[in-house]
Design a protein around this ligand. Sequence first.
Ligand code: S3P
Length: 438
Amino acid sequence: MATSPDTLTARPGRPLSGVVTAPGDKSISHRALILGAMATGVTEIEGLLEGDDVAATARAVEAFGADVRRLAPGRWRVTGRGGFRQPAGMIDCGNAGTGVRLLMGAAAGHSITATFDGDASLRKRPMKRVTAPLAEMGARFEWAAEEDRLPLTLTGGGLSGLTFTQTVASAQVKSAILLAGLNAAGRTVVAEPEKSRDHTERMLAAFGAHVQVNDQGAGWRITLEGGQTLTATDVSVPGDPSSAAFPLAAGLIVPGAEVTVRNVMLNPLRTGLFETWLEMGADLMVSNRRAAGGEEVGDLTARHSALTGVVVPPDRAASMIDEYPILAATAAFARGETVMRGIGEMRVKESDRIALMAAGLQACGVRVVEEPEGFTVTGGRVAGGATVATHGDHRIAMSHLILGLAAERAVTVDEPEMIATSFPGFVQMMRELGADVG
Ligand code: S3P
């Protein structure tokens, strides 16, 4: 039996070039499975991300009564029964915050009882941001160990619509409320002072639901009437910009590199990192812009660039919240300071990403000043030569491995198996481009 290594090391010095294809988007993959399971009929999904997080959601929707089959690599069929059924056992969402929060929303609209749990990282993440509005709608929750933390037991059904104003721009919270609202009496409204990714709204419309989105400048207001049924439809999953960011970052920081990543989703609520890199002077080009699966996609080419530090506008945070770790890694190679503020949400992701990026970069000889809701990276010499504790966070691991490709000495990360939660082909892709990772 193959065993996974305890650590993974990225070594500098190799040239980097090639053309690769982005893996399927994680956010859209979770949603395709969940909406497919809530709908009536057969949904075929093309390009599904076959990472551990999405696999946990596939098992969960099966437990809720859908028939789920893998037809070929990336090609899955979900047969929905028009709603969720009582599951026989506990719903284990693994490492996936999106999985558990959206599934709780979907389950809350049905007269069932379900216990949700996750791995050690997911058990540390706040759940009240979702359970509080769902409880206002009429769902009931029991905390097994500690309030606000998994495991918890949800009893759904008999919901009423809710008007909710978000305090943090969270697509997970918005999506959970909208999915519950589908099976609630009356109207559900979510007001977002700042826009968060809109994949749920787009996909609900593709599944035949009437969702009204009123653009209000910086934010928007989403309205949905309860008692709507979803009709199965095929979903083509575009490439994940949050994963494409890693090979593209290597293209920017490895001397002489040129990396193209094909099929990257360009939804403006996901492209804040690319915008920021362009402001830093990145040689980053988009070609072959086209529509695919209800989203705009394109091929991105990154060439080694002389980067300059910037102040990232805090109102860009929602469109790149998962990308600050890799931005910080690239900022280590830029001239001057890169200031990242208004990103307190980073502390409640798969790990405290501000603390871990600060510690990892500092161990690699980079100057970082940590603040409660942000951090500043000063670029310059990147010594590397460290072993970084990732606390099981896939993006902390990948960010430091990319850094190691351009540092003076190799960089090692622990718990590399967690990379498979979002990007199972990461190591192979980086090797295809010529990187020394192993
Ligand atoms: C996601 C939303 C974001 C993001 C996460 C995926 C989604 O979380 O960090 O990786 O698919 O809706 P928040 O909604 O909590 O900001």
